[in-house]
Design a protein around this ligand. Sequence first.
Ligand SMILES: *Cc1c(COP(=O)(O)O)cnc(C)c1O
Length: 398
Amino acid sequence: MSHSFQTKLLHNRHKVDKNTGAVSVPIQHASTFHQADIDSFGKYDYGRSANPTRGALEETIAQLEEGTRGFAFSSGMAAISTAFLLLSQGDHVLISEDVYGGTYRMVSEVLTRYGVEHTFVDMTDLDKVKAAIQANTKLFYVETPSNPLLKVTDITAISTIAKSTGAWTFVDNTFLTPALQKPLELGADLVLHSATKFLSGHSDVVAGLAVAKDPVLAERLAFLQNSFGAVLGVQDAWLVLRGLKTLHVRLEQSQKSAYKIASYLEKHPAVKKVHFPGLTTHPGFTLQHRQAQGPGAVLSFELQNEEDLRTFVNQVEIPVFAVSLGAVESILSFPAKMSHAAMPEAERLKRGISNSLLRLSVGLESADDLINDFEQALKQTTRSLDLEQRRVYHGNLR
Ligand SMILES: *Cc1c(COP(=O)(O)O)cnc(C)c1O
């Protein structure tokens, strides 16, 4: 019998421990495993290579992403960096231009030293993507929706182009998770995650995951995971497993609130622009609807200027003001100084990540409370005060 995603989160091979009946995956701290026979080692020999607790998480994420094999790393960047090690000197990467700041830094400041070339491209524009392909292009690296502008890339179209040139497609699925988007089913070869975000969901663990579709690619990644060694510790693997159990309800609730908040912000005169693929006015709305089950729970919005942004951040009470996203508490962040601080200002502005842009990851608070909080904070912005003054002035003339 096949189950829905919601049920699969709870009902899998690790639901009950075979040895004890425990309904929670045991945390196996062993770094090494006794071998009964000099000629044939057991499934586990050394903790870096494999561990049962980490293995439970790796198997779970592989099933949820409909892949063949999963890998758990010590952070999202460890997963992404290890995946980039699949490339060799002389290879070229085509990469989303508004990619996560840490990935930008890895590609532009580290890989270049090893002779791996890259071109940043607007992945939402297929003509630009095709024009940027080189004879040595080995990888199309996609983040959709992108961070922080929530631009939507057509995963099927990109992986079709990639396949025709013999290149891989990797998708960073952090923003949507397999609850809403399954890149491997859309043609991607590898899915990457910062499990620090929605997958674990409680701002209490840093972790990364990767899932491969092709067993040969999976074998190569397993080799690199063991060679590079940036594996996830067992306590943290357990925390991600626990977070996963509530992924469906958390995302469903946060997404519902995100719709409400995005619609509210879109109508507010102090807000210049809202980026959220759930709004019909978003250029990626139709595509997002086609390739994913929903827009997710992250949105960004622009105020009139940096002064208004500073006022808003100072006035707002409910969300934490912090780096990161995808947690039970709403997180407000300032991409220019946080997620994209690693990007030179000129590059950042070219990509539309201005000093008046804020990103909001919607948590589990009441949407109405969040909206009331934003309302009182937006009232203090110069734009609102201007409008208020004009209203009073015109009122006095009457
Ligand atoms: C946070 C994040 C990463 C990096 O993950 P870490 O767990 O912080 O190393 C990569 N991609 C996206 C989209 C992210 O939001």
